[in-house]
Design a protein around this ligand. Sequence first.
Ligand code: TYD
Ligand code: MG
Length: 457
Amino acid sequence: MAKSNIKSIFFCNECGYESSKWVGQCPACKAWNSMVEEKVDKKIAAKTGIGLGNCADDNKPVSIGDISLDEEDRITIGIGELDRVLGGGIVPGSLTLVGGDPGIGKSTLLLQVCRQLSDKGTDVLYISGEESLKQIKLRAVRIGPMNDRLMLLCETNLENICEQVKRSGAKVVVIDSIQTMYSDSLDAAAGSVSQVREATAMLMRMAKEKSVSVFIVGHVTKEGTVAGPRVLEHMVDTVLYFEGDRHASYRILRGVKNRFGSTNEIGVFEMKNEGLAEVPNPSEYMLSGRPVDASGAIVSCAIEGTRPILIELQALVTRTNFGFPRRQSTGSDTGRLNLLMAVLEKRLDMKIGDHDAYVNIAGGLKIQEPAIDLAIVLSVVSSFRNRALSDDLVVFGEVGLNGEVRAVSNASIRVSEAKKLGFKRVVLPVSNKDSVDVKGIELIYVSSIEEALDKVI
Ligand code: TYD
Ligand code: MG
């Protein structure tokens, strides 16, 4: 009897680790219960892999001096926020992954990209495996008039897609989404680890060979990674994440990986009725609707990528009704809130151990950096003492376990942003004194939380 070529391989859904046996815990990323079985054709499995495998006979090494760089001419899209995140436009032959939660606006963004490009005379092809042509047209009508250069295709078979891209002569192609695409050469279902991997590898080869720029949409799992294998992120040139609160209207596009530019950039958009609009001044947007004379509210400045964003922090501190105090933080780390409250209790002898505390960053932004520590401390104390802070004040600084206020990065940029938005005073760490050279705004340097409280509350 002929031996079957089909064999079972187990892939980790979290990181793409491959194993010939099932295991309860992935040896690579240590995730439990993440291995899934897939049937793979042995012959094909040997051929497929990451990278640009080129087996042609005439493939030989070339001198670095002989490689011309004219392909580096970037195509500018005309959506400033996106161009910046990409590092100045689309690089021909690049593969860009746009990840994000369902409904966040990935398809809308990419359709807008297609619209801009086709208006400028670039041939674009938008391939959807999720929506019908009518549905895409309906979305396009919301966004605005489209140029006839924009071609649409509903297709999920990759061999067909590569053929159609070749025939259409499109320079920019959008694949929405990678999880719906499948290749005939594999037995596995669309969306499975091996299909997603093979699909990406095929698109990568097509992009490099034909010098076509490809955008692929990837859905994100509950855990926040692109569904299926993380291996996808290693393969592509650029990874952009589209994030934000689905209920708030603003969206942030974050560069996580970029072979052709910096990953320190973000783009801010607002979802409107007629598609996504750029938000050139995010601080103004975040601070709109700020309450006046409210206790517990304070403005701080965070750095997102290389950009300063002023945020409004609100705290509510109330007496605990049942034994165990509740602490909750939306937009910042709850563990950090607990820690800062313990610092207040120990260093300033403040009796807040039997109080609940809720901290919220207005606008739904998520801030990880410790530079907002001092603002959290001041807003908690302001709410605890029920005394409002002056509304012409911006506060930033990291707080240490001894109650000391420590230096933060980019202090000067933060102060300038506060000045630009019309604030009069900034409270900042004394150790940042040398790095700040901004005139026309009062700078209040502090070295401990005690000093900060004395000066502002
Ligand atoms: P969509 O681009 O379909 O999200 P994704 O592709 O990431 O799943 O965005 C869908 C959401 O955006 C949907 O809830 C409707 C909303 N939307 C607007 O608010 N305005 C618009 O102009 C468009 C096209 C969509
Ligand atoms: Mg979509």
